[in-house]
Every structure is written in structure tokens, then in C-alpha cells.
Write a protein that binds this ligand. Structure first.
Ligand SMILES: Nc1nc2c(ncn2[C@@H]2O[C@H](COP(=O)(O)OP(=O)(O)O)[C@@H](O)[C@H]2O)c(=O)[nH]1
Ligand SMILES: [Mg+2]
Length: 223
């Protein structure tokens, strides 16, 4: 008991930002994969980001890398049908999965990028967690739900990032999170992090999760 309390105090006494922050020493786009590309066999932990076009995926990845525009933001939404691997500090990878939501029919979507995403989720040995981005203002779409189901079908429990937090009133946050969780059919203990690329709210929580998942051998994959 005493020891536990001590370690809690020690953790609190650490300099601000030391534990829940990440120092970005380097960040670079290392690999771009098209539909037929061979996916890289990386040797560092990978963290994948999925979500519909315009949800704020590039903005989140840029915020995490502390870069203004390394990951491209919404010039041509829905255009990028590639998987982009960003090497961060030579320690981990952020994997930008193709955005969805612009193709018309579900069949078309599946044909175009579904197989590529599934191939990646299924094939990566280093994937530690999948982050699924959903706009905090809206109920999840049919495509969000399909994506959620694909991720869980590959035995990952996605971390839900509810984006554009700055666009709602603080008093609405809990209700919106609940609506998103229920809309996806996600269990009550799902990790959900509200985030704003504008205010950077939520970033330290994501950093804390990333460092935990990097050091631990475990993944967000269910047993
Ligand atoms: N207010 C606000 N706008 C955001 C936020 N995240 C992204 N955006 C805007 O939403 C648009 C799409 O963002 P982008 O990162 O390109 O989305 P992506 O298509 O998912 O990569 C851009 O105009 C961003 O500036 C956020 O947290 N708050
Ligand atoms: Mg993008």
C-alpha cells in the first residue's frame, strides 16, 4: 500500500509534461504504399489511423508529430488511396490509412481501399493499436461502422478519437461520446479520447497512451 502511494506521488512529482508528453526529435514520411504495393516489414511499433475523409486525420497526425503540414491536410479529400508510414524519432510509426466516405457504393469502397486496409490490418506484425477517428458532432456513419467492424474483425479494439472537440460546447461532450460509442456498437470500456487539432486538447492523453503501448509488450488486440 505504502509503496503504491509512493509511486503515485513520485509520478505526480515528475516535471510537468515529462510523462504525458512526447519529445518529437524527428518525423518523416518514410513509405507510401499504393493498392498493389508490398507493405513494409517495419521493426518498430506501428499505430494506425483510420477515418472518413475530412474527419481531421491529417490534422491529428500533424499535431502528434508537432509539424504543421507533414501529413497533408484536405487539399483533395478522398484522393489519397495510399497507406503512408511516418517514422517518428526512429522509435515508432504513424500509419495514415486511406480516408473513406467519398466513394458512392459500399461495394466500390470495398474494392478500392477495403482490401488494402484489411491486408494491412491483417498482415502487420508491428501494429500496436488502431485509432478510429469520428467527428464528435455527428453520429457515426454507415462507413464508420463498417470500418469499426473491420478493425474488430482483425481482433483489434480500436481507440476512438472524437475529433473537432472545439466545435461543440463542453457540456455536450459526454453525450456525444456516448452517442458515438453506441452508434459504433462499441463496448462500454472502449477507450475514447476527445481531441481538437485547434486547441491540442486531448493530445497529451494520446501521447500517454502511445508511450504506454510502446513500452508494454501488449497490444490493443483482444485475446
Ligand atoms: N475546428 C477544427 N477543425 C479541424 C480539426 N481537425 C481538422 N479540422 C479541419 O477539418 C478539415 C479536414 O482536416 P484534415 O486533417 O485534412 O482531414 P482528413 O481528410 O481526415 O485528413 C480541415 O479544414 C481542417 O483544418 C479540429 O480539431 N478543429
Ligand atoms: Mg488526410
Amino acid at each position: 500500500m505504502m509503496e503504491n502511494r509512493k509511486s503515485v506521488q513520485a509520478a505526480r512529482a515528475e516535471p510537468a509534461g515529462r510523462k504525458d508528453s512526447m519529445v518529437i526529435k524527428s518525423a518523416a514520411l518514410e513509405t507510401v504504399c499504393g493498392i498493389t504495393s508490398v507493405l513494409p516489414k517495419n521493426e518498430k511499433p506501428e499505430f494506425a489511423f483510420a477515418g472518413k475523409s475530412n474527419v481531421g486525420k491529417s490534422s491529428l497526425i500533424n499535431a502528434l508529430m508537432n509539424r504543421k503540414s507533414l501529413a497533408r491536410t484536405s487539399a483533395q479529400p478522398g484522393k489519397t488511396q495510399t497507406i503512408n508510414f511516418y517514422n517518428v524519432n526512429g522509435e515508432l510509426y504513424f500509419v495514415d490509412l486511406p480516408g473513406y466516405g467519398y466513394a458512392k457504393a459500399p461495394e466500390e469502397i470495398r474494392a478500392k481501399w477495403g482490401r488494402m486496409i484489411e491486408r494491412y490490418l491483417h498482415g502487420s506484425d508491428m501494429l500496436r493499436a488502431v485509432f478510429l477517428l469520428v467527428d464528435i458532432r455527428h453520429k457515426p456513419s454507415g462507413n464508420d461502422k463498417i470500418m469499426y467492424d473491420w478493425i474488430t474483425a482483425q481482433d483489434y479494439r480500436p481507440v476512438i478519437i472524437a475529433t473537432k472537440l472545439d466545435k461543440i460546447k463542453r457540456s455536450q461532450t459526454a453525450r456525444q461520446l456516448k452517442e458515438i460509442r453506441e452508434g459504433l456498437g462499441a463496448p462500454a470500456d472502449t477507450v475514447m479520447i476527445p481531441f481538437s487539432a485547434k486547441t491540442k486538447q486531448g493530445r497529451d492523453e494520446i501521447y500517454a497512451l502511445l508511450s504506454r503501448l510502446c513500452s508494454a509488450e501488449d497490444t490493443q488486440r483482444s485475446e
